[in-house]
Design a protein around this ligand. Structure first.
Ligand code: AMP
Length: 644
C-alpha cells in the first residue's frame, strides 16, 4: 500500500540528518529503534573480498568506528556536495579521507582506489532515512522535501536533488533551512493574525498562592515581517535574514562561519584539561584514540554545564594518577564567550546587509544543538531585546518545517498550527497539586495573562513552575508541557515574595512563560509550543472528560484549597504561639493547641468539605485574640527599635 499524500521532510545535515512527516497529530520526526531522531551523516566503507562489493555501513555504526578507519569514513559530505576542486581548498585540511578532482569540475571521494561522488554518498543517507519512514508507516514512500542552507548555489541545490533521486525519492522541492525553521514555528502559515483578541474569561480563585490580574496583549503581526534564523550547530554557524510577504519567504542576507560551533566549545575544554594534565603529571595527550575519547568526554561536560552550574571532571591516567577538578558554568562561559560574540557580530553583519536594524526584526528562531546553551540564549536575547523562539527541539526544527512544507505541497489536511484560539486551557500547578488556569480554552491568540504567586514556606528561595494544559482541576489529570525553576528568591517570611508569572501566546501559538520575583528582579522562563503533538481527537476527549468529571474535579480542587488554607493558618498560629504564647492564659493556650490538633486531623480525614470550611472559620475566630496580641507585640517591638 502506498499513500500518495505522504511527503517526507528531510534535513540533510553536515553532521546529522533527520526525517519528519505530518500526520493527524501534526509534524513529528521519526526515530530509529533506539528512539534517536538524529542519524549521523556518516558512511564507512569496508573493503570486501576479491569478488565482493565493498561493505557500506552508515549512521551511528559508521561514526562509532571512525577512529579505527579514518580514511574510509566519510563525514561532512555536505561541505563538498555540488562543489568543484577550486571551491574546497579550505575544507580539505579538515577531512581525514582522500578527495580528488572528478570529471567536469567535480570532486570525488577516494576510498581504496574507488571513487564515490558526494551525491552517491548523500544518497546512501537519504535512502536510509526513507527506509526509516517506510518502516514507521508500513508502506512505500517516494515524495520528499529536502532542505539546504540558504547560501547554497544552484549547483549545490541540483546536486542535493540528484542525491535524493538516486535514493529513489521524488524531490518535490529543495527549500532553505531557515525557511523550514520558520515554518516549524508556524511563521508564514497564518495569514490573518486575529489581532482583535478577546480577554480570557475569569477563573476560580485559589487561596493565598495566587491573586488575579489578567490582561490581553498583542503578540505581533505575522504579515510583512522579518525573521532571523540563528543556527549554531556542531561545526557551523549560519544566520539568515528573511522577509515574509504574503506567505512567501525571501532571503535578504546570510552570514556565517563554516568552522564555528559546538566543536570549538568542546575544544576549549580539551585544551584546559590537556594543559592541566601536562602541568600536574607531565603527561601529553597525543594518541588519536585518547584524543577522540577526550572529545567525547569534553562534549559530555559541556552538555552537563547547560543543565547544572558546575560539573566534575575526572580522568584516570593510570598508575594511580587521577586528574580531578570542578568546572563551573561561569568559567566555561568565559572560555567560550569570544565565539558567542563572534556569532553576534555575524548577525549584525547580516542585518547590515539586509539594511535592517535589530529593532526591525520581528522574530528570531534558534536552530542547532548548541543553541541549548544558556549563554547562547542569554546573549541572543540581550541582542534581540526579546526572547527568541526556542520552544521546539533545536535539532528537529528544520526537519519539522520541511515536513510542514511537504504537507502543504501534498495537500494533506492538517490545521493544528492554524488555530486562532487556544484549544485547551493553560496554567500552572499550584500548591497541593491543583491546576491554576491562566489562559482559558478558546481564548483568541495572541494573548497574555499575568498573575501573582508567592511562597508557602518561610525562607523559601526557589519556586518550581509546572506548566499545564488541560481542562481538569487537578494537575495530575492535565498534560504537563514543561517545568522550570525560579531560584535566588531572597529569604523572606512565607507570603511575602511577589512572583509575577506571565503567560504570553503570540500569533503563532508559541507560549512564553516567565516568572519574575519583584524585589530581587530574579527571572526564569520557558518557551513551549503547546499544540505540538496534539490531535483533534485528544482535544475532544480532554474537553469531554472535563464535563464528565466536573463535579468530582470541583470537589477535589476545593479540598486542595481548603487543606492549603488549613496548613497556612496552622503554620502562622504556631509561629505566633512560639513568639507570644507566654502572654496568653494557660487555658487559652491549651485550647488553641487542642484546636490545632483537631483541625489538622479533620483536614486529613474529613470528606465533608462544608464541615472543614466551617471548622476553618471557627479556628480563625478562636485564634483572633492571639493574632491581636501578636500584632500588638510586633508594633511595640517596632517602636522600641525606632527609639534606639
Ligand atoms: P547540530 O549540528 O545542530 O546537531 O548540533 C550539534 C552540537 O550541539 C554539538 O556540538 C553538540 O555538542 C551540541 N549540543 C547538543 N546538545 C547540547 C546541550 N544541551 N548543551 C550544549 N551543547 C549541546
Amino acid at each position: 500500500m502506498a499513500d500518495d499524500d505522504i511527503v517526507l521532510g528531510i534535513d540533510l545535515g553536515t553532521t546529522f540528518s533527520l526525517v519528519a512527516l505530518v500526520d493527524e497529530s501534526g509534524p513529528r520526526v521519526l526515530t530509529d529503534e533506539n528512539g534517536e531522531a538524529r542519524m549521523p551523516s556518516v558512511i564507512a566503507v569496508a573493503p570486501g573480498g576479491p569478488d565482493e562489493q565493498p561493505r557500506v555501513t552508515l549512521g551511528w555504526e559508521a561514526r562509532n568506528h571512525a577512529v579505527e578507519n579514518p580514511h574510509a569514513t566519510v563525514y561532512s559530505i555536505k561541505r563538498l556536495i555540488g562543489k568543484g576542486p577550486a571551491d574546497v581548498e579550505k575544507e580539505l585540511p579538515f577531512l581525514a579521507y582522500a578527495v580528488r578532482p572528478g570529471p567536469r569540475q567535480t570532486l570525488v571521494v577516494d576510498i581504496d582506489g574507488r571513487a564515490y561522488t558526494p551525491e552517491e554518498i548523500s544518497s546512501v543517507i537519504l535512502q536510509a532515512l526513507r527506509e526509516r519512514a517506510e518502516r514507521a508507516l508500513g508502506y512505500a514512500v517516494r515524495k520528499a522535501v529536502i532542505t539546504v542552507p540558504a547560501y547554497f548555489d544552484d549547483a549545490q541545490r541540483q546536486a542535493t536533488r540528484t542525491a535524493g533521486e538516486a535514493a529513489g525519492l521524488e524531490v518535490l522541492r529543495i527549500i532553505n533551512e531557515p525557511t523550514a525553521a520558520a515554518l516549524a514555528y508556524g511563521i508564514g502559515l497564518r495569514q490573518d493574525t486575529g489581532k482583535a483578541a478577546t480577554p480570557p474569561r475569569g477563573h476560580s480563585p485559589l487561596p493565598m498562592m495566587r491573586c488575579s490580574d489578567q490582561e490581553v496583549g498583542d503578540g505581533g503581526d505575522a504579515t510583512g515581517e522579518t525573521v532571523a534564523v540563528y543556527d549554531l550547530g556542531g561545526g557551523t554557524f549560519d544566520v539568515s535574514i528573511m522577509r515574509l510577504e504574503g506567505g512567501v519567504f525571501q532571503v535578504l542576507s546570510t552570514a556565517g562561519d563554516t568552522h564555528l560551533g559546538g566543536d570549538d566549545f568542546d575544544r576549549e575544554i580539551i585544551k584546559l584539561v590537556a594543559r592541566e594534565v601536562h602541568e600536574q603529571f607531565g603527561v601529553s595527550i597525543e594518541a588519536p584514540a585518547t584524543k577522540q575519547a577526550l572529545r567525547g568526554f569534553a562534549e559530555a561536560v559541556k552538555v552537563r554545564l547547560s543543565q547544572t552550574e558546575s560539573a566534575e571532571l575526572e580522568l584516570d591516567l593510570g598508575n594511580d594518577r587521577k586528574y580531578r577538578r570542578t568546572v563551573t558554568r561561569d568559567e566555561f562561559e568565559r572560555l567560550i564567550d569570544p565565539f558567542v560574540t563572534r556569532t553576534l557580530e555575524l548577525m549584525d553583519r547580516a542585518l547590515r546587509d539586509a539594511h535592517l536594524t535589530r529593532d526591525e526584526l520581528s522574530r528570531l528562531v534558534l536552530v542547532g544543538g548548541s543553541t541549548r546553551m544558556p549563554i547562547v540564549r542569554r546573549r541572543v536575547e540581550e541582542f534581540f531585546g526579546r526572547p527568541p523562539y526556542t520552544g521546539l527541539d533545536p535539532d528537529q526544527v528544520v526537519a519539522l518545517g520541511a515536513a510542514i512544507q511537504g504537507a502543504m505541497l501534498g495537500n494533506r489536511r492538517w490545521d493544528m498550527l492554524l488555530l486562532d484560539v487556544t484549544p485547551l486551557s493553560l496554567g500552572l500547578e499550584t500548591m497541593g497539586g491543583a491546576m491554576g488556569k491562566l489562559i482559558m480554552r478558546n481564548t483568541t491568540i495572541p494573548c497574555r495573562a499575568t498573575e501573582m504567586f508567592t511562597t508557602f514556606i518561610d525562607g523559601q528561595t526557589a519556586i518550581k513552575l509546572n506548566v499545564l494544559q488541560g481542562e481538569r482541576e487537578l494537575a495530575r489529570d492535565c498534560r504537563s508541557l514543561g517545568e522550570f525553576e525560579l531560584r535566588g528568591i531572597p529569604p523572606m517570611p512565607s507570603g511575602m515574595p511577589k512572583v509575577e508569572v506571565e503567560f504570553m501566546i503570540d500569533a503563532n501559538g508559541i507560549l512564553n512563560v516567565s516568572a519574575k520575583e519583584q524585589r530581587s528582579g530574579k527571572r526564569a522562563s520557558i518557551q513551549i509550543v503547546p499544540n505540538h503533538g496534539l490531535t483533534r481527537g485528544e482535544i475532544d476527549r480532554i474537553t469531554r472528560d472535563s464535563i464528565s468529571f466536573a463535579q468530582q474535579d470541583i470537589d477535589a480542587h476545593r479540598r486542595i484549597d481548603l487543606v492549603n488554607q488549613v496548613e497556612f493558618d496552622i503554620n502562622k498560629t504556631e509561629q505566633m504561639l512560639g513568639k507570644v504564647g507566654t502572654l496568653l492564659e494557660a487555658d487559652e493556650r491549651r485550647r488553641i493547641e487542642t484546636d490545632i490538633a483537631a483541625l489538622r486531623q479533620l483536614a486529613q480525614e474529613s470528606g465533608d468539605l462544608d464541615a472543614l470550611h466551617q471548622a476553618l472559620d471557627r479556628f480563625g475566630r478562636s485564634t483572633l485574640h492571639l493574632a491581636e496580641i501578636g500584632i500588638r507585640e510586633a508594633l511595640i517591638s517596632e517602636q522600641k527599635k525606632a527609639m534606639e
